[in-house]
Design a protein around this ligand. Structure first.
Ligand SMILES: Nc1ncnc2c1ncn2[C@@H]1O[C@H](COP(=O)(O)OP(=O)(O)OP(=O)(O)O)[C@@H](O)[C@H]1O
Length: 290
Protein backbone atom coordinates (compact mmCIF):
# COMPACT_ATOMS: atom_id res chain seq x y z
CA UNK A 1 0.00 0.00 0.00
CA UNK A 2 1.41 3.40 -0.95
CA UNK A 3 1.74 6.18 1.59
CA UNK A 4 -1.16 8.02 -0.05
CA UNK A 5 -3.40 4.91 0.07
CA UNK A 6 -2.50 4.36 3.72
CA UNK A 7 -3.41 7.94 4.51
CA UNK A 8 -6.74 7.58 2.68
CA UNK A 9 -7.51 4.32 4.54
CA UNK A 10 -6.72 6.02 7.85
CA UNK A 11 -8.95 8.98 6.97
CA UNK A 12 -11.77 6.59 6.05
CA UNK A 13 -11.30 4.72 9.34
CA UNK A 14 -11.51 7.99 11.31
CA UNK A 15 -14.62 9.09 9.29
CA UNK A 16 -16.25 5.73 10.03
CA UNK A 17 -15.43 5.99 13.72
CA UNK A 18 -16.91 9.50 13.87
CA UNK A 19 -20.01 8.39 11.97
CA UNK A 20 -20.44 5.32 14.21
CA UNK A 21 -20.29 7.54 17.24
CA UNK A 22 -23.14 9.66 15.96
CA UNK A 23 -25.25 6.79 14.73
CA UNK A 24 -27.37 4.61 17.01
CA UNK A 25 -28.60 2.26 14.27
CA UNK A 26 -26.92 1.62 10.94
CA UNK A 27 -28.64 -0.64 8.39
CA UNK A 28 -26.82 -1.52 5.19
CA UNK A 29 -27.92 -3.57 2.17
CA UNK A 30 -30.83 -5.16 4.00
CA UNK A 31 -32.87 -7.79 2.17
CA UNK A 32 -35.97 -9.48 3.60
CA UNK A 33 -38.36 -11.78 1.81
CA UNK A 34 -41.17 -14.21 2.56
CA UNK A 35 -41.27 -16.89 -0.13
CA UNK A 36 -41.49 -15.04 -3.45
CA UNK A 37 -42.41 -11.75 -1.82
CA UNK A 38 -39.40 -9.46 -1.48
CA UNK A 39 -40.14 -6.88 1.22
CA UNK A 40 -36.75 -5.11 1.38
CA UNK A 41 -33.98 -5.00 -1.20
CA UNK A 42 -30.71 -3.21 -0.55
CA UNK A 43 -32.22 -1.02 2.17
CA UNK A 44 -29.94 1.48 3.95
CA UNK A 45 -30.80 3.60 6.97
CA UNK A 46 -28.99 5.55 9.69
CA UNK A 47 -30.74 6.56 12.90
CA UNK A 48 -28.81 9.32 14.66
CA UNK A 49 -28.22 9.23 18.38
CA UNK A 50 -30.70 11.33 20.32
CA UNK A 51 -33.23 11.83 17.54
CA UNK A 52 -36.84 10.79 17.15
CA UNK A 53 -36.92 9.22 13.70
CA UNK A 54 -40.41 8.72 12.29
CA UNK A 55 -40.73 5.78 9.90
CA UNK A 56 -43.56 6.04 7.38
CA UNK A 57 -44.72 4.20 4.28
CA UNK A 58 -47.85 2.70 2.82
CA UNK A 59 -49.40 -0.38 4.43
CA UNK A 60 -47.27 -3.46 3.83
CA UNK A 61 -44.11 -1.57 2.81
CA UNK A 62 -42.23 -3.36 5.57
CA UNK A 63 -41.96 -0.93 8.47
CA UNK A 64 -42.59 -3.57 11.13
CA UNK A 65 -40.37 -6.09 9.34
CA UNK A 66 -37.59 -3.48 9.36
CA UNK A 67 -38.04 -2.96 13.10
CA UNK A 68 -38.07 -6.72 13.67
CA UNK A 69 -34.86 -7.08 11.65
CA UNK A 70 -33.15 -4.45 13.79
CA UNK A 71 -34.16 -6.04 17.09
CA UNK A 72 -33.28 -9.55 15.92
CA UNK A 73 -36.78 -11.01 15.57
CA UNK A 74 -36.42 -11.35 11.80
CA UNK A 75 -33.34 -12.93 10.22
CA UNK A 76 -32.62 -10.99 7.00
CA UNK A 77 -31.58 -12.75 3.77
CA UNK A 78 -28.70 -10.29 3.41
CA UNK A 79 -27.27 -7.08 4.78
CA UNK A 80 -26.03 -5.84 8.10
CA UNK A 81 -27.60 -4.13 11.09
CA UNK A 82 -25.35 -2.35 13.61
CA UNK A 83 -26.74 -1.03 16.87
CA UNK A 84 -24.42 1.22 18.88
CA UNK A 85 -21.58 0.09 16.62
CA UNK A 86 -22.17 -3.65 17.11
CA UNK A 87 -23.23 -5.90 14.29
CA UNK A 88 -26.44 -7.71 15.28
CA UNK A 89 -27.17 -10.05 12.37
CA UNK A 90 -26.66 -13.71 13.17
CA UNK A 91 -25.59 -12.99 16.77
CA UNK A 92 -26.92 -15.33 19.40
CA UNK A 93 -29.11 -13.74 22.06
CA UNK A 94 -26.38 -14.17 24.65
CA UNK A 95 -23.65 -12.62 22.49
CA UNK A 96 -25.61 -9.44 21.85
CA UNK A 97 -26.99 -9.21 25.38
CA UNK A 98 -25.19 -5.99 26.29
CA UNK A 99 -26.76 -4.21 23.31
CA UNK A 100 -30.19 -5.82 23.73
CA UNK A 101 -30.38 -4.49 27.26
CA UNK A 102 -29.98 -0.98 25.85
CA UNK A 103 -33.29 -1.00 23.98
CA UNK A 104 -36.96 -1.15 24.86
CA UNK A 105 -39.80 -2.00 22.50
CA UNK A 106 -43.46 -1.01 22.41
CA UNK A 107 -45.09 -3.39 19.96
CA UNK A 108 -48.24 -2.60 18.01
CA UNK A 109 -51.21 -2.77 20.38
CA UNK A 110 -48.98 -2.90 23.46
CA UNK A 111 -48.50 -6.71 23.37
CA UNK A 112 -48.97 -7.03 27.12
CA UNK A 113 -49.31 -10.46 28.74
CA UNK A 114 -53.02 -10.64 29.53
CA UNK A 115 -52.58 -12.95 32.53
CA UNK A 116 -50.11 -10.60 34.24
CA UNK A 117 -50.90 -7.32 35.97
CA UNK A 118 -49.44 -4.09 34.63
CA UNK A 119 -46.70 -4.13 37.28
CA UNK A 120 -45.89 -7.77 36.54
CA UNK A 121 -45.71 -6.95 32.83
CA UNK A 122 -43.22 -4.17 33.53
CA UNK A 123 -41.18 -6.57 35.63
CA UNK A 124 -40.83 -9.15 32.84
CA UNK A 125 -37.66 -7.67 31.26
CA UNK A 126 -36.17 -7.05 34.72
CA UNK A 127 -36.65 -10.70 35.66
CA UNK A 128 -35.24 -11.79 32.31
CA UNK A 129 -32.12 -9.63 32.20
CA UNK A 130 -31.46 -9.03 35.91
CA UNK A 131 -32.56 -12.22 37.71
CA UNK A 132 -30.59 -11.21 40.80
CA UNK A 133 -32.75 -8.17 41.50
CA UNK A 134 -35.00 -9.05 44.43
CA UNK A 135 -38.80 -8.71 44.49
CA UNK A 136 -38.89 -5.50 46.53
CA UNK A 137 -36.54 -3.55 44.27
CA UNK A 138 -38.30 -5.01 41.22
CA UNK A 139 -41.64 -3.74 42.53
CA UNK A 140 -40.15 -0.31 43.21
CA UNK A 141 -38.68 -0.08 39.70
CA UNK A 142 -42.01 -1.13 38.16
CA UNK A 143 -43.96 1.43 40.24
CA UNK A 144 -41.52 4.16 39.20
CA UNK A 145 -41.76 3.27 35.49
CA UNK A 146 -45.56 3.17 35.69
CA UNK A 147 -45.68 6.68 37.15
CA UNK A 148 -43.11 7.88 34.61
CA UNK A 149 -45.48 7.16 31.74
CA UNK A 150 -48.29 9.17 33.32
CA UNK A 151 -50.30 6.20 34.61
CA UNK A 152 -51.72 6.43 38.14
CA UNK A 153 -50.07 4.17 40.72
CA UNK A 154 -53.40 2.27 41.01
CA UNK A 155 -52.85 0.94 37.49
CA UNK A 156 -50.04 -1.36 38.75
CA UNK A 157 -52.22 -4.18 40.16
CA UNK A 158 -54.71 -4.04 37.28
CA UNK A 159 -54.88 -6.51 34.39
CA UNK A 160 -54.59 -5.22 30.80
CA UNK A 161 -58.26 -6.03 30.13
CA UNK A 162 -59.23 -3.58 32.90
CA UNK A 163 -57.46 -0.65 31.17
CA UNK A 164 -58.45 1.69 28.36
CA UNK A 165 -56.55 1.49 25.05
CA UNK A 166 -54.51 4.58 25.95
CA UNK A 167 -53.62 3.18 29.38
CA UNK A 168 -52.55 -0.11 27.80
CA UNK A 169 -50.18 1.80 25.50
CA UNK A 170 -48.71 3.57 28.49
CA UNK A 171 -48.32 0.27 30.31
CA UNK A 172 -46.48 -1.07 27.24
CA UNK A 173 -44.31 2.03 27.29
CA UNK A 174 -43.55 1.50 30.99
CA UNK A 175 -42.41 -2.04 30.16
CA UNK A 176 -40.27 -0.72 27.27
CA UNK A 177 -38.60 1.67 29.73
CA UNK A 178 -38.05 -0.98 32.41
CA UNK A 179 -34.32 -1.36 31.78
CA UNK A 180 -33.54 2.37 31.37
CA UNK A 181 -32.96 1.99 27.65
CA UNK A 182 -30.93 4.30 25.42
CA UNK A 183 -33.01 3.32 22.43
CA UNK A 184 -36.77 3.04 22.18
CA UNK A 185 -38.74 1.32 19.40
CA UNK A 186 -42.37 2.36 19.10
CA UNK A 187 -44.60 0.59 16.56
CA UNK A 188 -47.66 2.73 15.84
CA UNK A 189 -47.98 3.98 19.44
CA UNK A 190 -50.95 6.29 18.78
CA UNK A 191 -52.96 3.94 16.55
CA UNK A 192 -56.48 3.56 17.92
CA UNK A 193 -56.21 6.49 20.34
CA UNK A 194 -58.57 9.46 20.16
CA UNK A 195 -56.86 12.72 19.05
CA UNK A 196 -56.48 14.04 22.61
CA UNK A 197 -55.11 10.72 23.87
CA UNK A 198 -52.75 10.59 20.89
CA UNK A 199 -51.49 14.14 21.50
CA UNK A 200 -50.95 13.31 25.21
CA UNK A 201 -49.00 10.20 24.27
CA UNK A 202 -46.86 12.23 21.83
CA UNK A 203 -46.14 14.81 24.54
CA UNK A 204 -45.14 12.06 26.94
CA UNK A 205 -42.85 10.48 24.33
CA UNK A 206 -41.14 13.81 23.63
CA UNK A 207 -40.72 14.58 27.35
CA UNK A 208 -39.26 11.15 28.07
CA UNK A 209 -36.98 11.35 25.04
CA UNK A 210 -35.64 14.73 26.16
CA UNK A 211 -35.32 13.89 29.85
CA UNK A 212 -33.73 10.50 29.32
CA UNK A 213 -31.74 11.39 26.18
CA UNK A 214 -33.35 8.56 24.23
CA UNK A 215 -33.02 7.71 20.56
CA UNK A 216 -36.48 6.80 19.25
CA UNK A 217 -37.38 4.69 16.20
CA UNK A 218 -41.05 5.44 15.73
CA UNK A 219 -43.26 3.73 13.16
CA UNK A 220 -46.42 5.70 12.57
CA UNK A 221 -49.18 6.62 10.16
CA UNK A 222 -50.09 9.58 12.35
CA UNK A 223 -49.24 12.85 10.58
CA UNK A 224 -49.75 14.85 13.78
CA UNK A 225 -47.11 12.71 15.50
CA UNK A 226 -44.69 13.23 12.62
CA UNK A 227 -45.16 16.98 12.61
CA UNK A 228 -45.18 17.48 16.35
CA UNK A 229 -42.38 15.28 17.71
CA UNK A 230 -40.21 13.75 14.96
CA UNK A 231 -36.81 15.29 14.23
CA UNK A 232 -36.56 13.48 10.90
CA UNK A 233 -38.72 11.11 8.91
CA UNK A 234 -37.67 8.06 6.87
CA UNK A 235 -39.94 7.06 4.00
CA UNK A 236 -40.23 3.41 2.98
CA UNK A 237 -41.32 2.67 -0.59
CA UNK A 238 -40.12 0.49 -3.47
CA UNK A 239 -38.56 -1.97 -0.96
CA UNK A 240 -36.14 0.57 0.48
CA UNK A 241 -35.81 3.84 2.36
CA UNK A 242 -36.32 6.29 -0.48
CA UNK A 243 -35.70 9.44 1.57
CA UNK A 244 -34.80 10.61 5.08
CA UNK A 245 -35.00 14.18 6.31
CA UNK A 246 -37.04 16.80 8.04
CA UNK A 247 -40.59 17.18 6.74
CA UNK A 248 -39.52 20.42 5.06
CA UNK A 249 -36.73 18.56 3.26
CA UNK A 250 -39.08 15.76 2.24
CA UNK A 251 -41.62 18.25 0.90
CA UNK A 252 -38.97 19.55 -1.49
CA UNK A 253 -38.79 16.09 -3.16
CA UNK A 254 -41.16 15.36 -5.99
CA UNK A 255 -41.79 11.67 -5.24
CA UNK A 256 -45.55 11.14 -5.80
CA UNK A 257 -46.14 9.18 -2.57
CA UNK A 258 -44.28 11.79 -0.48
CA UNK A 259 -46.18 14.66 -2.09
CA UNK A 260 -49.54 12.93 -1.67
CA UNK A 261 -48.82 11.96 1.93
CA UNK A 262 -47.44 15.25 3.25
CA UNK A 263 -49.12 17.67 0.88
CA UNK A 264 -52.56 16.05 0.76
CA UNK A 265 -55.47 17.50 2.78
CA UNK A 266 -54.46 15.71 6.00
CA UNK A 267 -50.83 16.77 5.66
CA UNK A 268 -51.86 20.38 5.14
CA UNK A 269 -54.18 20.21 8.16
CA UNK A 270 -51.33 18.85 10.31
CA UNK A 271 -49.02 21.66 9.12
CA UNK A 272 -51.68 24.26 9.91
CA UNK A 273 -52.19 22.77 13.40
CA UNK A 274 -48.45 22.90 14.13
CA UNK A 275 -48.29 26.52 12.92
CA UNK A 276 -51.25 27.41 15.18
CA UNK A 277 -49.53 25.81 18.20
CA UNK A 278 -46.29 27.67 17.42
CA UNK A 279 -48.12 30.99 17.15
CA UNK A 280 -49.97 30.29 20.39
CA UNK A 281 -46.70 29.49 22.17
CA UNK A 282 -45.03 32.62 20.74
CA UNK A 283 -47.96 34.80 21.80
CA UNK A 284 -47.87 33.48 25.38
CA UNK A 285 -44.08 33.82 25.74
CA UNK A 286 -42.85 36.93 27.66
CA UNK A 287 -41.63 38.53 24.39
CA UNK A 288 -44.88 37.69 22.60
CA UNK A 289 -46.99 39.32 25.32
CA UNK A 290 -45.11 42.59 25.12
N1 LIG B 1 -44.07 -13.55 9.26
C1 LIG B 1 -44.46 -13.19 8.02
N2 LIG B 1 -44.72 -14.15 7.09
C2 LIG B 1 -45.07 -13.80 5.82
N3 LIG B 1 -45.21 -12.53 5.40
C3 LIG B 1 -44.98 -11.56 6.28
C4 LIG B 1 -44.58 -11.83 7.64
N4 LIG B 1 -44.40 -10.66 8.28
C5 LIG B 1 -44.68 -9.69 7.38
N5 LIG B 1 -45.01 -10.22 6.19
C6 LIG B 1 -45.36 -9.48 4.98
O1 LIG B 1 -44.36 -8.49 4.78
C7 LIG B 1 -44.96 -7.28 4.30
C8 LIG B 1 -44.56 -6.12 5.19
O2 LIG B 1 -45.19 -6.29 6.45
P1 LIG B 1 -45.08 -5.22 7.60
O3 LIG B 1 -45.91 -5.71 8.73
O4 LIG B 1 -43.66 -4.91 7.88
O5 LIG B 1 -45.76 -3.94 6.91
P2 LIG B 1 -45.99 -2.51 7.52
O6 LIG B 1 -45.32 -1.54 6.59
O7 LIG B 1 -45.57 -2.46 8.95
O8 LIG B 1 -47.57 -2.39 7.35
P3 LIG B 1 -48.70 -1.66 8.22
O9 LIG B 1 -48.48 -0.19 8.04
O10 LIG B 1 -49.96 -2.11 7.59
O11 LIG B 1 -48.56 -2.11 9.66
C9 LIG B 1 -46.46 -7.51 4.24
O12 LIG B 1 -46.83 -7.85 2.93
C10 LIG B 1 -46.66 -8.71 5.15
O13 LIG B 1 -47.75 -9.49 4.75
Amino acid sequence: MSEEEMQLAEERRVDDAIAQDEVAIRVRGLRNSFGDQVVHENLDLDVRKGEILGVVGGSGTGKSVLMRSIIGLQMPDAGDVCVFGESMVGRLDDEALAVRKRWGVLFQGGALFSTLTVAENVEVPIREYYPNIGPQLRDEIAAYKIRMTGLPAEAGPKYPAELSGGMRKRAGLARALALDPDLLFLDEPTAGLDPIGAADFDDQTRKLQQTLGLTVFLITHDLDTLYSICDRVAVLADKKVIAVGTIKELLALDHPWIQEYFNGPRGRAATAAVEREKNKAAASSPEGRR
